[in-house]
Every structure is written in C-alpha cells, then in structure tokens.
Design a protein. Sequence first.
Length: 167
Amino acid sequence: MNHLIITAIGSDRPGIVSELSGVVTSHGANVEESRMARLGSDFAILMLVSVQPDWQEALKLSLQSISGLTITTKGTDSAALEAGKLSSIHLEGADNEGIVQVLSNFLAEQSINITEMETHISHAPVSGTPLFNLNATISIPKEVNSDDLQDELSHISHKLGVEIQLD
C-alpha cells in the first residue's frame, strides 16, 4: 500500500466531504486520518489515505476533476518519527500577534515536535475581549527535563500575558 496526503481547499458548500471521500473510495483507497475545518468562507481538508500502487495515479487524476477545489497530493511514508512522551499544551490569553511563533520557536529549540495544533479566538464572558486559544499535542524527547520545560513555559506565559498549561 502507498500512502498519500491529500489537501483540498475551496469555497464552503454542502457535499464537499461526500464528493472527495467518494472519489477516494471509488479508487479502492481508504481514509486513515483526516482533519477538516471551515476557515473563513472556505473549507479545508487534510487527509492521509492508503491506496494500492496501481490505483494511485488514477486517484490523483480523478481528484483533479472535482470542481471548485484546489487539490494537491503528496506521497508519504507511513512510518512516524521516533515518538517521545506525548503531552498536551493548552494556552489562553489576550489575542496578540506572535503567540504561535514564540511558542513554536521555543518548542523547536528544545527538539519538541508539534504533532497536532488547533487555534481559535473566543471572547471573554464579561468584557467580550478577544481571547486566543491554542491546543497542541507535542512529543517530548526523553532527554528533556519536564520540570525545566514547565519553568520555561511559565516564563513564556508571563512574557506573552497568557496562561499555558502542560498536561
């Protein structure tokens, strides 16, 4: 089996998931993982599919026939990076520029891999102030000291004026 990552982006409308998954299934492929979200007025899809090698090119060609979507495919290895300890980071605070960059840069410097991340804006209950929310799953290498990591994240939270919780 070959593995493909399929990305699709286009104006949101009913039936996008059905149409895309129908093309995948009709070529004997299987959706193994996916993430889908409406972002602004568009809908974005990210899928990992497994497909028999002799069906791969036909699948890629058929995907391009779906109107209204920009679709790309990329072959990938099904093997994952060497996993460390999986943990979660939850961040919430005043929305300001650079939060994702500061946090992701710090994690990269520690050789901590972000395996999944989701962000959104919510509003404070009383004041209605925009609050930035980030939830991420990270893989922490064995050589990273958890206490030191927590201390550094505390420092970053004070610098950015947000709350960061490491689970």
